[in-house]
Ligand binder design. Structure first.
Ligand SMILES: [Zn+2]
Length: 393
């Protein structure tokens, strides 16, 4: 069996066992020790802020940390600075039937559906996708071609239930995943709740892009910024999942601090492999000035859906950087897979000081346009034509 197949099997089994989010405790969290200690102290000293913002890039374990925090807050038998995992509160949290714990998340179907109708899918996703890729959620609710959002009506639901007293425990908690996806009216309604909080009502905002929140919301929260995971932490998690240390080290180096990316590189997701194949085709066709084939390719990529197209463009930005760095002839500065390295051995001279800034600017513009609901086919085609011009500079 070759290495890729072996990694695939190891990581697939790891996704469903080692990383499954059942009975999450502080001791299960890899990295982020300072934040864990601060949160634990706040609970221990009965000074839990009414609004907490856990921010940081996707794929570093923010929701795992929040699940451990929630368990710690509700646990009836805390000891050694951790939840017990066995008391009725811990079990209710695990089984998703704590009546005082609410989740709010981006979804589709503003007026036709309620958040409640998404809950079964939400809990599946929460338990099985421990590093919570937003695009994985969009796929899970079959919304790959739209960007799910948090609607005004979701904030109304919060207001309604927040005004009631809690059912079983002291605290009522609202965990809001991706608050940056709140519609403006929703954000304003939430702001009111944060400004005049009900007693013993906690809001925990879990954000991949905290700088996109309303500054007024941002400033009402106590903020904890989680940093990308160090390579050693990712490597250790992968080793625990069964990869040998050389493989784990290699994957960790490419993962840019994201466990999600590490699993994608090592595992079946293979998105990087797919993107790298599209990227290489795109550059070859652009260099050959084959506009007809470029057009077909842009249509093929746009068909992947808006969010995935956005990630493809992020991949293009990374590869452009890597190509440019190749020209410095200091391989230690490059972080690429074997096939990316092989490709760049010949391609990198075409990305140089004359065009690198323009290419990066075009990628950025296409990325913004695609995510803002521009016609992805046209945006991509236009982008590739501009790359075509730049490559010949
Ligand atoms: Zn407990």
């Amino acid at each position: 069996m070759n290495l890729t197949s072996r990694l695939r099997i190891l990581v697939r089994s790891a996704c469903f066992s080692l990383f499954q989010v059942i009975n999450m405790k502080f001791s299960d969290i890899t990295g982020h020790r300072n934040v864990v200690d601060s949160l634990r102290n706040l609970v221990d000293s009965d000074r839990i802020p009414h609004a907490i913002l856990i921010g940081g890039p996707s794929g570093i374990g923010k929701m795992r940390l929040v699940r451990a925090l929630v368990n710690y807050i509700y646990c009836l038998d805390r000891h050694n600075g951790d939840s017990c995992g066995k008391c009725p509160a811990c079990l209710q949290n695990d089984h998703h039937n704590n009546p005082d714990l609410h989740f709010v998340f981006p979804r589709t179907g503003a007026s036709t559906k309620s958040t409640d109708s998404f809950l079964p899918k939400w809990f599946e996703f929460l338990d099985e996708s421990s590093f919570m890729p937003p695009e994985g959620w969009a796929r899970h609710i079959e919304a790959a071609n739209t960007v799910p959002v948090i609607y005004r009506s979701d904030a109304d639901d919060i207001s309604r239930t927040a005004s009631l007293s809690s059912f079983a425990y002291r605290y009522k908690t609202y965990v809001i995943w991706l608050p940056e996806r709140m519609q403006p009216q929703c954000a304003n309604a939430l702001l009111k709740l944060l400004e005049e909080p009900y007693p013993d009502t906690l809001f925990i905002l879990v954000s991949n892009e905290p700088d996109k929140l309303l500054p007024t919301i941002f400033s009402r929260t106590q903020r904890f910024n989680l940093k990308p995971l160090p390579d050693e932490d990712i490597s250790r998690m992968l080793t625990n999942a069964g990869l040998n240390s050389v493989e784990a080290h290699e994957v960790a180096r490419l993962a840019e601090g994201s466990m999600l990316k590490a699993l994608d590189i090592a595992g079946e997701g293979g998105e990087i492999k797919e993107f790298s194949s599209y990227y290489m085709q795109m550059m070859r066709l652009a260099y050959a000035r084959n506009a007809g084939a470029v057009r077909m390719l842009s249509e093929g990529i746009a068909a992947l859906g808006r969010e995935k197209t956005g990630r493809f463009l992020a991949y293009c930005a990374r590869m452009t950087r890597e190509s440019f760095i190749c020209n410095l002839h200091n391989p230690q500065l490059n972080v690429m897979t074997k096939s990316e390295t092989d490709f760049n051995a010949r391609f990198s001279p075409f990305v140089n000081h004359k065009n690198v800034e323009r290419i990066m600017a075009e990628i950025q513009r296409a990325h913004t346009d695609v995510l803002r609901n521009g016609n992805a086919k046209l945006v991509l085609f236009d982008f590739m034509l501009k790359v075509m011009i730049q490559l010949r500079r």
